[in-house]
Every structure is written in structure tokens, then in C-alpha cells.
Write a protein that binds this ligand. Structure first.
Ligand SMILES: [Zn+2]
Length: 257
């Protein structure tokens, strides 16, 4: 019982932290996408340019309180702000529930934040920046070698690379035969980095979850969004889902044999 209350407490504060970080990342990445310095200057309304006060910058609540509109000019606030805040809150809270107060939680929080930044960059600009991918890989490498998790996990990671390698071969073959681009190069690179984090079964589950989430999104958003939906955010969400909730699913599946 005690540990449950602790976990709830941890998840609550991680959700708050995640919402704040989501808000911050959304702002930084949207500035980067417009070619402005990401970390400089006060937050302003995108429509009227008024500098926003502290009361306008409380994640989620400000948006709901003002019904998604700017307090000064009444213009709609882009929904990606709210989406990034909710995604950040959800990702960090789920990691907290999965890992509890352990050293592993630290690296997964960092991974979740980087995945959110990658998703936003893919959403705004349809690219997964190499710098963020390298940071994501470095975060995992630090876990292997600095924290001494050692050779066995590193070998598992190398084995999991077989999944993106096989997928890459399939994609290249398909693209060769059909002359159409199927999957962005960034998505494949992200898969290779995720292979450092997930074993091969988790990685396949992440891919499956990503495809299901992508299909659900396409069904919900309909055709008004156009054909090109970035896959990065779904891959990131699929990976977090596989890590935080995949254990029981995989146990059930492998129990069938
Ligand atoms: Zn405004």
C-alpha cells in the first residue's frame, strides 16, 4: 500500500514536470522550425505578439481556462501546445509508474524528453534532427558504460539492431521495386537508436503500436490533414508504450507457445 501511494505521488509530480517540459519544448522547437533562436526571448502570442504573463503559461490549465484562446486578442492558440503538454505529462508519469524510484527512471525520463523533442521536430518540420538522435543514443550509452550495466545489455542492444536492419532491407527493396518512398531515413535512424533501448520483441511491439496509433490518428484526423503524416511521433509513442506497458503483453504472447 505504501509503495502504491509513493508511486502515485511520484507519477503526479512527474506529470507536472512533463507538462512544463512539454510546454517548453513545444515553444523551443516551434521557434527552431521558424529559424529563430529556440531558447531566447519571452513567450508571445503568435497572433497579436503580446508578451504572455505567468498566468498564461501554466501548462494545460491556462489552455483549458481560456478555452484555447489568447486572453488579449481571442485568437486560437495552436493545439500542438496542449498536445505537447499532455504528451509530456503522460510520458513522464508512465515512466514513473513503470520504473519507480530507480536509477533506470533517470535515463528513461531523459529518453522521454528527447523523444518528445524529436516528435515535435518531425511534426513541425518533417525531420528528425541528427543532433537529437545522437543525444538519445548517448543517453543510452551512458547507461551501458558509465553506470556499469555492462556487456550483456549492450549485446542485447546489438541483437535488437537486427530488427531495424531487416526492416531497412525490406524498405530499400520495396522502394527499389516500386520507385516510391515508403519510410523516411530519419525514421530508420530512430529505429536503430531505439534498438539500443528495447530488446527485439519490445521493438517489434513498439513498431506494431506505432502503426496502430498512426492508423487511429489517420482515422480520427480524416483527410483534412493531407496524406503526409510524420511517422516519428508515432514511433516515439509506440516505444514508450512498449516499454511502460509491453511486459504483460509479451509475457502473454510468449506464454502461448
Ligand atoms: Zn493574442
Amino acid at each position: 500500500m505504501d509503495t502504491q501511494i509513493w508511486t502515485l505521488y511520484l507519477c503526479f509530480w512527474l506529470a507536472v514536470l512533463g507538462a512544463v517540459l512539454g510546454s517548453f519544448l513545444d515553444c523551443a522547437v516551434s521557434r527552431w522550425a521558424e529559424g529563430r533562436p529556440p531558447f531566447r526571448g519571452r513567450s508571445r502570442c503568435g497572433a497579436c505578439g503580446r508578451v504572455l504573463g505567468a498566468g498564461d503559461l501554466i501548462p494545460v490549465f491556462s489552455f483549458l481556462l481560456r478555452r484555447g484562446r489568447c486572453r488579449y486578442c481571442g485568437e486560437r492558440i495552436p493545439a500542438d501546445c496542449l498536445a505537447a503538454e499532455l504528451a509530456g505529462a503522460l510520458a513522464l508519469a508512465c515512466a514513473g509508474r513503470r520504473f519507480g524510484f530507480t536509477p533506470e527512471l533517470g535515463q528513461w525520463l531523459a529518453a522521454a524528453v528527447l523523444l518528445l523533442a524529436l516528435s515535435l521536430a518531425d511534426g513541425f518540420r518533417r525531420v528528425l534532427p541528427d543532433r537529437l538522435l545522437v543525444l538519445l543514443a548517448a543517453n543510452r550509452a551512458a547507461w551501458f558504460f558509465i553506470l556499469g550495466q555492462g556487456v550483456r545489455e549492450a549485446l542485447d542492444a546489438a541483437a535488437a539492431c537486427a530488427v531495424p536492419a531487416a526492416l531497412l532491407a525490406l524498405v530499400l527493396l520495396f522502394e527499389r521495386l516500386s520507385g516510391r518512398e515508403l519510410m523516411g531515413g530519419g525514421d530508420i535512424k530512430l529505429l536503430f537508436v531505439l534498438a539500443l533501448y528495447l530488446d527485439w520483441a519490445e521493438l517489434l511491439l513498439a513498431l506494431l503500436a506505432a502503426c496502430l496509433l498512426g492508423l487511429a490518428w489517420a482515422a480520427l484526423a480524416g483527410k483534412r490533414r493531407g496524406a503526409a503524416v510524420p511517422f516519428g511521433p508515432f514511433l516515439a509513442a509506440g516505444a514508450m508504450t512498449a516499454v511502460c506497458f509491453g511486459g504483460p503483453v509479451l509475457n502473454w504472447y510468449f506464454g502461448l507457445f
